[in-house]
Write a protein that binds this ligand. Structure first.
Ligand SMILES: O=C(O)CCC(=O)C(=O)O
Length: 264
């Protein structure tokens, strides 16, 4: 399948979803994955963490093998084409990690970051000529149920457009980072839901307190192909990338837009 085919199969972002994403900087879409897909992904995550050596080398990454369909999931592509670039070949996948948290964990992962109008291309967020221009955009696949207030990602709605506090300039008010400051929002959702946020929104992980299940999430950062924020992850190495379906390999190409043309 070509990148054009990826584009036509993308499921567009509704006007209301665009309104919410622009207003708050994030969006929660419940129950995107089927029960079978969730099961397949959970099994892959378990093999990866407990018996990685049993997997073929090309499958040893959170978005490889039975999980590679997440890379260009039609719901994700529709959103990314609306907020990063309408041309799928201008969207790059630049980082992935897995978040496993449980109520028994003693560490507190509360570390707010980003927020405030930011001109750095990766953390920037703009609205121009009727369109959203989000730089780095985070996709979170929640593979287990998230109970509101018990450990999902916390975000400050609207902080991607804040003018008087800036993480970039070090002027974000300390008082605002208190979990009880009243400006934080979080979500509850069934397993298989999708959370999307502009990396320009102030956000943090939160302590998981839900006793019935742990957090099991895959977090993927996409960006415009002309910029890169993260250092490449060792898990997305040449063997893993070359093991992906051909059309998905293009999400890991080098950071450039204009190809050199040979003189004819
Ligand atoms: O794990 C989380 O809930 C938050 C992830 C995060 O901080 C990030 O994507 O930068």
């Amino acid at each position: 399948m070509s990148t054009a085919a990826v584009a036509t199969s993308a499921q567009g972002m509704s006007e209301y979803e665009q309104f919410l994403f622009d207003l708050k900087g994030f969006l929660v879409i419940p129950s995107v994955l089927t029960v079978e897909e969730i099961q397949r992904l959970r099994e892959h995550m378990t093999s990866l963490s407990k018996a990685a050596d049993s997997l073929p080398e090309k499958h040893r990454a959170p978005i490889a093998g039975p999980a590679e369909f997440l890379i260009d999931h039609p719901r994700v592509m529709g959103i990314l084409q609306a907020v990063i670039d309408p041309k799928p070949e201008r969207i790059r996948l630049e980082s992935v990690f897995v978040s496993n948290r449980a109520a028994v964990d003693s560490n507190d992962p509360w570390r707010p970051h980003a927020g405030g109008t930011n001109l750095d291309p990766s953390n920037s967020y703009r609205f121009h000529n009727g369109r959203i221009y989000s730089g780095m955009t985070r996709i979170v696949w929640e593979l287990n149920e998230v109970v509101k207030g018990q450990g999902g990602t916390c975000l400050v709605p609207g902080s991607h457009k804040a003018n008087l506090g800036s993480a970039q300039l070090g002027t974000w008010p300390e008082a605002a980072d208190d979990p009880d400051s009243g400006i934080w929002e979080t979500y509850g959702c069934p397993a298989g839901s999708l959370v999307v946020f502009s990396e320009g929104v102030r956000h943090t992980a939160a302590k998981w307190t839900h006793p019935d299940n742990g957090r099991n999430a895959i977090l993927i950062a996409y960006n415009h192909v002309s910029v890169r924020f993260h250092e490449p992850k060792p898990c997305m190495n040449r063997i893993v990338i070359e093991g992906l379906a051909e059309e998905r390999q293009s999400f890991f190409r080098d950071v450039w837009v204009l190809a050199n043309k040979r003189p004819s």
